[in-house]
Design a protein around this ligand. Structure first.
Ligand code: FCB
Length: 449
């Protein structure tokens, strides 16, 4: 398929600290909730941990070489909070800051713009021991950490993300127990979500103070929730689930209020909202990051529950997620039209497939190429509909630690042979390289007249 994107469109790839860095005990890094969680038997598939991961901490020069070969404009990565403030509220660890200093310099030298994300789920364990995200003090600690990082990197980093997917931080971590720290309390999940959003608002101010001219945003992960039938009961169930999964985050961030239907539903477990919190949370942003992979189809279950039903005839990725590019299209239109967002990046999109190395040593991941092609087509349609989309970050540059699923799910454009840590670009890597390159060629010929 031919693609035609705006000439200033940013082509990127994304990753996160715990999923790629490894070096879990190096240079004064403190323990994170993911170290603790993955060391707890039964929590992560096959007992996998991020102890070594892709060893990006040491191999980043080689990986930047790959980014360069791809022709990336930008790389989105996260900072490991426990490298910066290992004991949560104690002194700052200079060696941790030095690492990100080197990384940022190396990216800039390669002509790649760093998009720095301050939180991708690896909370310092010490903060969890003191109550974690359900405590307001965690949001206060985050504001301090954000200021430290922005002061150190803000002269060179101009694009900042405060949080990645606060839904996952709060509900997967504290409500459903599927992610670290593994709690299963609705009250904790709601309090955690409120404090994560509050932390976001405070961090926006801290970053702007430390790095004037910086652009700051947050990353949310809309999952369209479709009713399995036209039955009003199913339609109502889908709307209710959309409230918890989507509107609970979009409304406070973009409208300054929590959705009434969700507040009513959880009246007994309501989060501790103080005067002024919602104004802090809804601080105007420079952009919104949207991560999207798929959608869900639900029908009403008993007692207000919803039951997920399989997509009719849908193609699935190795995550069991339906390939559904219209879900991204709809999400982008929703953020722009319903919520009035005027500047959007797709900060994650991609697919896991059961990649294998063929006899020729290569990885012929035709499914991933087809997936990306279809989603990029959806993006072009959204741009044609007037969505102010500034760039696209594929998830992910490298195969990596996929949270509770360990190393069993491969999302990379680059295959990682975990026993040796060798990197092998997949066919999708060359496809993405050519896509980025062809846009550049066109731009060059237009400029040459
Ligand atoms: C997103 C996460 C990212 C990765 C992808 C597959 O929810 O932000 O770290 O796990 O899913």
């Amino acid at each position: 398929m031919n693609h035609d994107f705006p000439s200033d469109f940013i082509w990127g790839a994304a990753a996160s600290a715990y999923q790629i860095e490894g070096a879990a005990h190096e240079d004064g890094r403190g323990e994170s909730i993911w170290d603790r969680f993955s060391a707890t038997p039964g929590k992560v598939r096959a007992g996998d941990t991020g102890e070594i991961a892709c060893d990006f901490y040491h191999r980043y020069p080689e990986d930047i070489g790959l980014m360069r070969e791809l022709g990336l404009d930008a790389f989105r990565f996260s900072i490991a909070w426990p490298r910066i403030v290992p004991n949560a509220t104690g002194p700052v660890n200079e060696a941790g800051l030095d690492f990100y200093d080197r990384l940022v310099d190396a990216l800039l030298e390669a002509g790649i713009r760093p998009y720095v994300n301050l939180f991708h789920w690896d909370l310092p364990q010490k903060l969890e021991d003191a109550g974690g995200w359900p405590e307001r003090a965690t949001a206060e600690a985050f504001a301090g950490y954000a200021a430290v990082v922005a002061q150190r990197l803000g002269d060179r980093v101009k694009d900042w993300i405060t949080h990645n997917e606060p839904f996952c931080t709060s509900w997967l971590g504290y409500g459903l127990g599927a992610h670290a720290p593994g709690r299963t309390s609705v009250r904790d999940a709601l309090a955690a979500s409120h404090h994560a959003l509050l932390a976001h608002g405070w961090a926006v101010e801290a970053i702007r103070r430390a790095s004037p001219g910086a652009e700051v945003g947050i990353v949310v992960d809309p999952w369209p929730i479709h009713p399995a039938s036209d039955d009003p009961v199913d339609v109502a169930a889908a709307w209710a689930e959309d409230g918890v999964r989507n509107r609970w985050f979009f409304d406070p961030l973009l409208r300054g209020s929590y959705p009434e239907d969700v507040l009513e539903r959880f009246a007994d477990e309501a989060p501790p909202v103080r005067d002024g919190d919602l104004a802090t949370i809804s601080v105007p942003l420079d952009f919104l990051g949207v991560n999207n992979y798929s959608r869900r189809i639900v029908r009403a279950g008993l007692n207000g529950t919803v039951i997920d039903v399989p997509a009719p005839g849908g193609e699935l990725t190795d995550m069991g997620w339906e390939v559904y590019p219209d879900g991204l299209f709809d999400s982008l239109l929703r953020m722009h039209r319903e919520y009035g967002v005027e500047s959007i990046y797709v900060t994650e999109n991609g697919a896991a497939f059961a990649d294998v190395r063929s006899h020729d040593g290569q990885i012929h991941d035709v499914e991933r190429i087809a997936f990306l092609d279809g989603y990029l087509d959806a993006i072009e349609r959204a741009i044609a509909e007037g969505v102010p989309l500034r760039g696209y970050f594929v998830w992910s540059l490298l195969d990596n630690f996929e949270w509770s699923l360990g190393y069993s799910k491969r999302f990379g454009l680059v295959y990682v042979d975990y026993p040796t840590l060798e990197r092998v670009p997949k066919d999708s890597f060359y496809w993405y390289r050519d896509l980025i390159g062809s846009g550049r060629m066109q731009r060059r010929s237009v400029a040459a007249g």
